[in-house]
Design a protein. Structure first.
Length: 439
């Protein structure tokens, strides 16, 4: 669900990576910018290939389990999507805080102008929170398997929007791939035996919001030049606060009535804790996967992630057998998207290499390539970077690590306070005590 930014600085708009917070692939909706780098040679006793394979398998299992677990909770009586988002965003915020605090260099990279926090990150957080809510609501009416199959057509919307905005040039191969993926989507819907019209509507709205999220990532978040952990540290608390406000307006009354009716036994809190723990595991595995994977591996992994969701959903959530038409549509959409992604990745890499070579030949008379290995040259570049940081630090409107942490604590604390106040204000202590046999 995120655009993948590769080590060469190129973007593939026709690719999809599902993120954190209950979305197929990850619970947070953010990162939406995932950094995929070429694995290093220091395998530490384990071959690089084995590391990538294990990380990819772990990513597939954890992210698909997250989506299926969410759907299972919603289909078994827990209908408070906003509240679950609050729990997951608190977990994502804690994970981002740990990353930025303890990973080398992350504190220094966390810099953002204060006005941009509200003008650029806040709209992004609103769309992500809305997308997560609608997606989770859709799970009450359609199976995760159907949602995953329909979501395989998401690259069509992203690509068409990218072409319309001039981000990607129009190519016949792109049009051909989009047509094939669209045909796959039509086959998926036609092969669905019993489909809730409202569930289909929610699914389409969620995918539409996902396209908007990717566009906002492109135009609002990426220009901030923040790292993945930095984006999560700043955006997840905002999503927590937004979801808390939504929970007060749309769910607090039902939550209070459920509590007074005795429908909040200890098992519910255990399931919420397990869901939060799984969200943390998804983030940990995703972080490890992005550290060792390449762009091609990310593209190849996505269809298998969707396939895992389909198998787990049909086995554990809604027991059913997919029709041959739906399977054929899903296979067509995934195979086309995968082939196009891999082709596009290698094409962009070739273009980047050719561009670098051309620029190098033009600049060679003025800046010899070997200067980069010269200690004096490195020291000069380091001093320039330090001067840039000093200029940013001198700007009172620039937020740094401490300001980001303060924003995290403020948003999460305020969100929990708002949600707790909204629920507690509607509780009758006598009814609660009677329901749980406290008196």
């Amino acid at each position: 669900e995120a655009l993948v930014v590769f080590r060469i600085g190129t973007r593939v708009s026709f690719s999809r990576c599902f993120p954190c917070q209950g979305t197929p692939g990850s619970p947070n909706g953010t990162p939406e910018r995932a950094m995929a780098t070429v694995p290093g040679d220091d395998a530490g006793g384990t071959s690089v290939g084995v590391q990538i394979l294990l990380a990819a398998l772990a990513n597939i299992v954890t992210s698909s389990s997250m989506a299926v677990f969410n759907a299972w909770i919603f289909r078994n009586g827990y209908h408070f999507q906003f509240s679950l988002i609050v729990v997951q965003q608190i977990v994502c915020s804690a994970f981002a805080f740990a990353q930025v605090t303890y990973l080398p260099g992350e504190k220094q990279k966390l810099r953002i102008a204060g006005p941009k926090y509200f003008r650029m990150l806040l709209p992004f957080a609103v769309i992500v929170a809305a997308k997560l809510y609608v997606q989770n609501k859709a799970f009450e009416y359609v199976s995760p398997a159907f949602y995953a199959m329909i979501a395989s057509t998401l690259p069509v919307g992203v690509t068409l929007l990218a072409i319309a905005r001039g981000i990607e040039p129009f190519r016949l191969t792109t049009l051909f791939a989009a047509v094939l993926v669209s045909v796959g989507g039509v086959l998926i819907k036609a092969g669905e035996i019993s489909l809730s019209p409202f569930g289909l509507f929610l699914t389409c709205v969620a995918l539409g919001l996902d396209v908007v999220r990717l566009v906002l990532m492109q135009y609002l978040v990426q220009p901030l030049k923040l790292t993945g952990p930095g984006v999560m540290l700043l955006s997840s608390p905002l999503q927590c606060l937004i979801a808390s406000i939504g929970a007060v307006f749309f769910e607090s009354t039902d939550v209070a009535l459920s509590i007074m009716a005795g429908n909040f036994p200890a098992m519910v809190w255990v399931l919420l804790a397990l869901n939060g723990g799984l969200a943390m595991l998804v983030n940990l595995v995703l972080f490890a996967f992005m550290k060792v994977s390449t762009a091609v591996v990310v593209a190849i992994t996505t269809p298998f992630k969707d396939l895992a969701i389909i198998v787990m959903s049909d086995t554990l959530v809604v027991r059913r057998v997919e029709t041959p038409m739906s399977i054929a549509g899903f296979a067509l959409a995934c195979a086309t998207s995968l082939a196009y992604n891999v082709h596009n990745i290698f094409r962009k890499e070739r273009e980047a290499v050719e561009k670098a070579q051309n620029e190098g030949s033009l600049n060679s008379p003025l800046i010899p390539a070997r200067q980069e290995k010269n200690p004096g040259y490195k020291m000069m570049k380091s001093e320039e970077a330090k001067q840039t940081e000093t200029d940013e630090d001198a700007d009172p409107a620039t937020w740094r690590y401490v300001d980001g942490v303060n924003a995290l604590l403020t948003c999460c604390s305020l969100g929990m306070l708002i949600l707790a106040t909204g629920v507690l204000a509607q509780l009758d202590p006598v009814e609660v005590a009677r329901a749980y046999k406290l008196v």
